[in-house]
Ligand binder design. Structure first.
Ligand SMILES: [Zn+2]
Length: 230
């Protein structure tokens, strides 16, 4: 089995196979994956990006926005495996998809990539912030800086998915803070998140960054959940 042609790559792939046997197969349709560590087959990858990149939801506080695709099918499954099964080895693949959408949309001119933060308790439970991993991949691709400390979540919030439209705004209002405004002052920020539900979270992050002096805040997400307008 080839893995990028390097010994280190082969070792990593072998480890991924040990830890994640399913990584050999497409996580959505079960057909063989093309390469270990990239558990989506070409057909499902095409499906994941079929309706993307998509542009800004109306009313979002942040400026322009782009998503790889809809939060359904293979893309939804990939996000679930990352967040809830700890499949961090899928980040390079998802990072590539997000980077592609950002490149096509022209949002790559940002100075600074800022991930939507998790509350410290959620971060401790999960062990990683998926948005920070995705943000790092995007920042690396474009030679931009990643600033994981720019935003902090000052209180734990419920998952937006559990809430009705009215509750979602209240749930995240005032939940984010920029502890060191000097980190973002004058910068064009690309905010990165995994899933956009109503845009309330991204909107609050955008507001906090702009209040702290950011010159602009655009948004890149992997997936837009159903019902969101674009
Ligand atoms: Zn597939």
């Amino acid at each position: 089995m080839k893995a990028g042609g390097t010994k280190a790559g082969a070792v990593l792939a072998a480890l991924a196979d040990l830890v994640y046997p399913a990584a050999r197969e497409c996580l959505w349709c079960g057909r063989p994956a093309v390469r270990p560590g990239r558990p989506l087959c070409p057909a499902c990858l095409d499906d994941a990006v079929r309706d993307g990149p998509r542009s800004a939801p109306a009313g979002l506080v942040a400026g322009r926005a782009v998503a790889v695709g809809s939060y359904e099918g293979a893309l939804r499954e990939a996000v679930h495996r990352l967040k809830f099964s700890g499949w961090t080895f899928i980040v390079p693949l998802l990072g590539e998809l997000l980077t592609g959408a950002v490149a096509q949309s022209g949002l790559w001119t940002a100075d600074l990539v800022v991930p939507v933060p998790l509350h410290p308790r959620r971060l401790a439970e999960r062990g990683f912030n998926q948005s920070a991993l995705l943000g790092a991949a995007v920042a690396r691709s474009f030679g931009a800086s990643l600033e994981g400390r720019a935003l902090v979540r000052t209180r734990a919030t419920r998952s937006q998915v559990e809430l009705g439209p009215d509750e979602r705004g209240r749930n995240v209002r005032g939940a984010f803070r920029v502890p060191h405004p000097g980190l973002v002052a004058g910068a064009r920020v690309l905010l990165v998140d995994d899933v956009l539900t109503t845009g309330a979270t991204a909107g609050e992050c955008g507001r906090a960054l702009l209040d702290a002096g950011a010159a602009a805040v655009d948004l890149a997400v992997l997936a837009i959940a159903g019902g969101d307008t674009v």
